[in-house]
Design a protein around this ligand. Structure first.
Ligand SMILES: [Zn+2]
Ligand SMILES: [Zn+2]
Length: 112
């Protein structure tokens, strides 16, 4: 069985406080910058081996913004957060999984 991962067809900045991603399956997700910062997947924020989140979400202010955002290769995004944290690389796969819309984006099958 193959699982087709959705790919973004459009990534739009919503001012400096969020982004909107339109996926090729028609889904649209809106991410605020503090939300993305709290889900930062870098080694300082998530333990590389255990996957445990080291970052305290409460330490991220709700008015965090991004100074910029860039494409990493053709598979990920990187943000320059206003708290000078910019080590996190967000693969599209990951952004799909953490979509804040509330619907389940996980594969439905029983996984590990
Ligand atoms: Zn981080
Ligand atoms: Zn969603």
């Amino acid at each position: 069985m193959t699982t087709q991962r959705p790919q973004p067809v459009e990534i739009k900045r919503l001012g400096n406080q969020g982004i909107r991603i339109t996926w090729d399956n028609g889904h649209v997700g809106e991410y605020t910058i503090p939300y993305l910062r709290r889900w930062c997947p870098c080694a300082n924020c998530v333990h590389e081996l255990t996957g445990q989140r080291l970052l305290d979400p409460k330490s991220i202010p709700d008015d965090l913004t991004t100074e910029g955002l860039e494409l990493v290769g053709s598979y990920a995004l990187r943000f320059q957060f206003s708290d000078f944290h910019q080590t996190g690389i967000y693969p599209f796969d990951y952004l799909w999984k953490v979509c804040p819309c509330g619907q389940s984006h996980q594969d439905a099958g029983a996984g590990g």
